[in-house]
Design a protein around this ligand. Structure first.
Ligand code: GRF
Length: 220
């Protein structure tokens, strides 16, 4: 059996994506293990989820640092001490610096609750509803120096329904997040993620998704 991919998960909030990765690891559907969970927020629900699963967790509070770079250097050294091979941002509410990005080239991934490049940044479910888009969804992407700008690895499309509010839309998007994030991690575990400039290739390539989505439906 090959060694499991060593994951370091960074989370600032409730941690449902962390939980989904914990559950997939426990079910042996991921050739990966979470070796550390790091939160910048001492009150993050993610810390309790890590502790319930017996995963070492640490708080590195950004408020204890005078610069972003100093904070990032401490996070990077914690990840390196844990011999992390893939850094997984799961609701990590900090912009990361080049210091961090260059320490883990093409080995930091993020999940964003919109179909990038539409709606980067914060409160994006509300912005999608306010804009009136018919589809939103979620995106797993590599992290570069920008805000939600890195090469896209996988996306799931979620229709926006007439009576949606930001909470109902966020909840339906989260269901898909919990599916695609573990899937992408498994692709890394299988060493199938190849990056050329902005383009990410899965090697060998899975069957292309063929469905065309129309919302509202053409026929009623
Ligand atoms: C998710 O919507 C994720 O896409 C975004 O932050 C949220 C984190 O949720 N980056 P959780 O903490 O995993 O429940």
């Amino acid at each position: 059996m090959t060694d499991k991919l060593r994951l370091g998960i960074l989370a600032s909030g409730g941690g449902t994506n962390l939980q989904s990765i914990i559950d997939h690891c426990a079910a042996n559907s991921l050739d990966a293990e979470i070796v550390t969970v790091i939160s910048n927020n001492p009150d993050a629900g993610a810390l309790a989820r890590a502790s319930n699963a017996g995963i070492p967790a640490q708080i590195i509070n950004h408020r204890d640092f005078s610069t972003r770079d100093e904070f990032d250097r401490t996070v990077v050294s914690a990840l390196q001490s844990a011999q992390v091979e893939l850094v997984v941002l799961a609701g990590f509410m900090r912009i990361i610096t080049d210091t961090f990005v260059t320490a883990f080239p093409n080995r930091i991934i993020n999940i964003h609750p919109a179909l990038l490049p539409a709606f980067p940044g914060l409160n994006v479910q509300r912005k999608a509803i306010e804009y009136g888009v018919r589809f939103s969804g979620c995106t797993v992407h590599l992290v570069d120096g920008g805000v939600d700008t890195g090469p896209i690895i996988m996306q799931a499309v979620v229709p926006v329904l007439t009576d949606d509010n930001e909470d109902t839309l966020a909840a339906r998007i989260l269901v898909q997040e919990h599916k695609i994030y573990p899937r992408v991690i498994q692709l890394f575990a299988e060493n199938r993620v190849k990056v050329t400039g902005r383009h990410v290739y899965i090697d060998p390539a899975p069957q292309a998704a063929s469905g065309v989505l129309v919302n509202p439906a053409l026929d009623d």
